[in-house]
Design a protein around this ligand. Structure first.
Ligand code: UFG
Length: 330
């Protein structure tokens, strides 16, 4: 009996696999390694390289393994890229999800935890964003994830496939020992870029937009530590195993940090000057995203351990310093 983790070679998937294995679970990782890293896959898992859209491949894995539940990460997840290549997002994220759902149903696997996103809410009119806030995405990435939530809903109605959608806000940090971490090519996320500037790999940071309707004019985001997020997936699996109904949860910290505040925090952690300039806005960026995670705390009993942005950045800094080239495989 094993848990399948799709995208287990990726950033959040590798940390969740690590945690599942630490808890004694048998884990099967599926990843096409387009953005993931072989070296990020926990050595105690069984790894299958392949694409979810390859129905025959996925069938073989389900035939070969005794899968009891799936934690699904494998997807494209960049807002700006999705604005330029929307169909890539609908193909990989939504078509890939259809094949996964159909294969699960065909193999009578009825428990699914999957990644959704704050980007399904778009420019929310209320802060913090709760599960009742209307979901009106402003970019194809967010739209592709909202569509996944809808597919899952109807698969439950028709086939009894129970699911938990976890809507992440901004994920950051790394496993505390620095053995796994965040490594994207190209890197587009704020904290890793800020740390590349701190380590001298990049000359300066560009902050995209200084004229947003926020206290200092830069975007505000809600950062969650990747290990806290990993724990949320395990709690969501427990929740489904206990027989509860399908559900969606927002995962954040309820505290927003502006992009300038992130620079300040990173300066405090690294002691580096981190020069920056204000540049043009990035298409598709909402002004402010802050989550209420009350529901996850109450229903899943989620209790994030990292409540301090400097501690979150410090774990990412440990990873950056010990892996200046990331996994060095791309
Ligand atoms: N930013 C910069 N300069 C950079 C990189 C980022 O100013 O070089 C800014 C962005 O404009 C944004 C903030 O830093 O204001 C955070 O940007 P990220 O790219 O790190 O993260 P996003 O908020 O765009 O997106 C992330 C995930 C999405 C998810 C979203 C939800 O990548 O998958 O959080 O909050 F949908």
């Amino acid at each position: 009996m094993a848990i399948m983790v799709t995208g287990g070679a990726g950033y959040i998937g590798s940390h969740t696999t690590d945690r599942l294995i630490e808890q004694g679970q048998d884990v099967v990782v599926v990843d096409n390694l387009l953005t993931g890293h072989r070296a990020a896959v926990n050595a105690k898992s069984r790894f299958y390289e392949g694409d979810l859209r390859d129905r025959a491949f996925l069938n073989r894995v389900f035939d070969q393994e005794e899968i009891t539940g799936v934690v699904h990460f494998a997807a494209n997840s960049l807002v700006a890229e999705s604005m330029a290549q929307p169909l890539k997002y609908f193909d990989n994220n939504d078509y890939g999800f259809i094949v996964l759902l159909e294969t699960m149903i065909a193999h009578d696997v009825k428990q699914l935890v999957f990644s959704s996103t704050a980007a399904t809410f778009g420019e929310a009119k209320e802060m913090p964003i709760t599960e009742e806030t209307p979901q009106i995405p402003t970019n194809p990435y967010g739209e592709s994830k909202l569509v996944m939530e809808k597919f899952a809903h109807w698969a439950d109605v028709a086939n009894g496939l129970r699911w938990v959608a976890l809507r992440y806000f901004n994920v950051a940090g790394a496993k505390a020992d620095g053995s796994i971490g965040e490594d994207h090519h190209p890197e587009t996320h704020l904290i890793p870029i800020v740390l590349q500037v701190a380590s001298g790999k990049r000359a300066k940071l560009q902050i995209f937009g200084g004229d947003y309707p926020t206290p200092d004019g830069t975007n505000v985001r809600d950062y969650v530590h990747v290990m806290d997020l990993a724990d949320a997936h395990i709690l969501a699996l427990d929740y489904l195993q206990a027989g509860h109904e399908s559900n969606a949860f927002n995962l954040g910290s309820a505290t927003g940090f502006s992009n300038l505040e992130i620079v300040k925090a990173a300066r405090a952690v690294t002691g580096a000057p981190i020069p920056y300039e204000i540049a043009a806005r990035r298409p598709g960026d909402p002004s402010t995203l802050i989550a209420s995670s009350e529901k996850a705390r109450k229903v899943l009993h989620w209790a994030p351990k990292y409540d301090d942005i400097e501690k979150i950045i410090a774990t990412a800094w440990t990873w950056t310093q010990s892996h200046p080239e990331g996994y060095a495989d791309k």
